[in-house]
Design a protein around this ligand. Structure first.
Ligand code: ATP
Ligand code: MG
Length: 445
């Protein structure tokens, strides 16, 4: 295999951090494998002193095989053999290894089991059932369940819980309504004040309409709507939907196009927004009770089985590695840290990588392949990191695509540049492909 000049650059520049951000099938993992081999052969680094991380079990097994094959080709058998126990794994595999070694420090049973997605889901469902049953016993809880529907509420809670843990919260909780209210009301009007103003405006509109000599149908409808205002607003801030009953009809009648009518309509819409926020706010504390109730039960069910889910692995390994003595030991142990599929990292995983990486961190990824938000991945973080490294000339890209035929690439480029606009990076076919396409097309020209 002949490396392209871009690949050669990314392979040979092994001092300092570097991010290789390139499209699908452009030979990124090939570069990572080659850097591993050169680190062993040219830089005399032990196979055991290189940490390589990727994001699925399948990718990790493939990567180990590719590294072994390459080492066998360029080095002696012992280096290839050493890949057996090497640190080539998923981030969760790495975390589990760290936690087994430091189980005591982490306060864990060293024989903990790692729950797969299916097992974790079962426990989550049981925890959620119990938390919802408990919540339904109090009035606000029953209201919340009725308002959202159990199914929407279930996914809202598990998604929020997962997202907050991926952002690093050990015991997820929502902001209190008081905190949100305080932030929201800085400079904004309260729904209560808006309601009082609407009552006054309704009275003014009523006075204007009462003076109309021969009220038409629309004006009569408007008078009826204004008569309902007191009742609708009597019990405090109403639900947004109730405000439909006190809308002024549009219409062409001059009496409905006065300044007072305009003010009434604007204030009504403002109240609709504020009322929605107010009711959501009232639910926030109840949602938090549900979220925490769920979290506690889920944690308890895991404890009973000595089971850890993927987020536990990450969060607990992070705590262990944050300890200065332990963190330093890992940073000293790994001369090189390499991460494939970096676009799939979330905040906690990135923190973990930074905790173990010393100076020469090599990251590979493709922002365009992260549109699915794998496991709360946060592609923004990847982009930010890329921008920072670009400023010091430590970001590279690869333009050639080795996997696909030129015609397919042309179609893909057209489709995606339309869908993704300026963010899209077109793929180029490999030199061999370019020449095949030319030969195939020649008779046609
Ligand atoms: N310089 C090269 N010449 C010929 N083939 C190459 C070259 N570099 C990589 N390839 C081949 O291209 C294919 C894709 O390479 P690789 O898996 O490294 O790409 P990738 O960018 O990591 O892909 P993905 O985005 O799917 O992770 C592989 O079959 C690889 O052997
Ligand atoms: Mg790859």
């Amino acid at each position: 295999m002949r490396f392209t000049p871009e690949q050669t650059h990314a392979i040979e520049r092994r001092k300092g951090d570097m991010l290789l951000d390139a499209g699908a099938g452009s030979g990124k993992t090939t570069v990572l494998v080659e850097r591993f081999a050169r680190a062993v052969v040219e830089d005399n680094i032990d196979v055991g002193a290189i940490l390589t991380i990727t994001f699925t079990e399948k990718a990790a097994a493939e990567l180990r095989e590719r590294i072994r094959t390459r080492l066998r080709a360029v080095s002696d058998d012992s280096a290839a053999h050493a890949t057996e126990g090497a640190w080539i794994s998923t981030i969760h595999g790495f975390c589990a290894r760290v936690l087994r070694t430091h189980a005591l420090t982490a306060g864990l049973d060293p024989n903990f089991t790692v729950l797969d997605e299916h097992e974790a889901n079962e426990l989550q469902n049981a925890a959620l059932d119990a938390a919802l049953t408990e919540l339904a016993r109090v009035e606000e809880g029953a209201d919340l369940i009725a308002a959202y529907g159990p199914r929407a509420l279930r996914s809202a809670i598990t998604d929020t819980y997962g997202e907050l843990r991926a952002r690093g919260q050990l015991r997820p909780q929502l902001p209190t309504s008081a905190q949100v209210d305080h932030a929201r009301l800085t400079g904004a009007r309260s729904a209560e004040r808006c309601r009082a103003e609407l009552l006054q405006l309704a009275a003014a509109v009523s006075r204007e309409l009462a003076a109309v000599a021969e009220p038409g149908k629309q004006v009569q409808q408007a008078i009826a709507a204004m008569d309902r205002v007191r009742r609708v607003l009597a019990g405090g801030v109403p639900w947004p939907g109730e405000l439909d009953r006190i809308k002024l009809p549009g219409g062409t009648a001059n009496a409905l196009r006065t300044e007072t009518c305009g003010d009434y309509r604007a204030t009504l819409e403002e109240l609709r927004v504020l009322a929605a926020q107010d009711h959501a706010l009232a639910m926030l504390d109840t949602l938090d009770v549900l979220l925490r109730g769920y979290g506690e039960r889920y944690a308890q069910l895991k404890r009973e089985r000595s089971g850890l889910d993927f987020e536990d692995l990450e969060l607990m390994a992070r705590e262990v590695l944050k300890r200065k003595d332990i963190g330093r030991r890992y940073r000293e142990r790994f001369a090189r840290v390499m991460v494939d599929e970096m676009q799939d990292t979330n905040r906690v995983q990135l923190e973990l990588i930074d905790l173990i990486a010393g100076v020469d961190l090599f990251m590979v990824g493709d922002a365009q392949q992260s549109i699915y938000g794998f496991r709360h991945a946060d592609v923004e973080l990847f982009e930010q990191r890329g921008q920072k490294l670009a400023q010091i000339g430590a970001r590279s890209s690869l333009q050639t695509n080795f996997r696909s035929r030129a015609e397919i690439l042309t179609a893909i480029n057209a489709a995606f540049s339309w869908a993704l606009g300026d963010n899209f990076r077109p793929l180029l076919p490999s030199p061999q492909e370019q020449s095949t396409v030319r030969t195939q097309q020649e008779p046609l020209v």
